[in-house]
Design a protein around this ligand. Structure first.
Ligand SMILES: [Zn+2]
Ligand SMILES: [Zn+2]
Length: 242
């Protein structure tokens, strides 16, 4: 929607949006050239979502040790400008950014799963924060799919709960992370019956880094008969390659 006038500022960095950007069509009035370049998709492994030199269905890591999910969709790496919006959303309660982030993510997904779930927070953390950022993202994502004519997509907001207070995953090794998360999540009785043998479900999180959290939930969903699980996240933090 190109309603902004020349001289408007970028949604990502407050720098002026150039005339060139304004003329270029969808959303170019919102982002400056630098931010727009950072939002341009890069080549990834379709399965784990990690940045790869060329686009591929499965990277070497996914062939030898596949993740517990089937495909991962994201907007960018964990980098500016989106890392800044995620920080504002989570820690400064600027929940309105979830709408823009959800809209950017929806454009990456042509064939959405008919059922959306979000990674839950433990009720104590949710009480402290006042909301769950993944829940907001999932709600806006469903709205966006609906706007694109994909009205069969349903978000189940209370399907999952986090029943164990887990330590922050940062700084833990792989084994510690998995022990930390074991039996941390539960499905509601209603969700158990809805998800039984579901062919395609998507799980939404704001950022996927090691993948341990979504992985643990995928194991639970597959135990209940879900056949294919996609991960939808705003940022996929790829491991640093040497
Ligand atoms: Zn910018
Ligand atoms: Zn991979």
């Amino acid at each position: 929607m190109a309603f902004k006038l020349l001289g408007s500022s970028c949604y990502g960095c407050d720098n002026p949006v150039s005339g060139k950007a304004l003329e270029a069509g969808e959303d170019r009035d919102k982002w400056c050239d630098t931010c727009h370049d950072k939002l341009t998709p890069i080549t990834r492994c379709e399965m784990c979502g990690v940045h790869t030199a060329t686009a591929m269905r499965r990277c070497g890591q996914c062939i030898t040790c596949p993740p517990t999910w089937d495909k991962l969709f994201c907007v960018t790496e964990y980098q500016a400008p989106l890392s800044g919006f995620i920080h504002k959303l989570k820690y400064r309660r600027q929940v309105w950014h979830a709408k823009e982030l959800g809209s950017l993510l929806a454009r990456q997904i042509n064939d959405p799963a008919p059922i959306l779930l979000s990674v839950p927070l433990h009720w104590r953390r949710q009480l402290w924060r006042g909301f769950n950022q993944s829940d907001y993202l999932a709600g806006y994502l469903q709205q966006q799919f609906y706007a694109y004519g994909k009205s069969h997509v349903t978000y189940l907001p209370k399907a999952l709960s986090r029943v164990k207070v887990t330590r922050n995953q940062m700084g833990l090794n792989r084994r510690q992370r998995l022990t930390n998360l074991r039996k941390a999540f539960l499905l509601s009785p209603n969700a158990v019956s809805l998800l039984q043998n579901q062919p395609h479900v998507a799980l939404i999180d704001d950022v996927v880094t090691t993948g341990s959290t979504v992985s643990e939930i995928c194991l639970l969903l597959k135990e209940h008969g879900v056949q294919r699980i996609d991960i939808y996240c705003i940022c996929r933090a790829s491991p640093v390659t040497l």
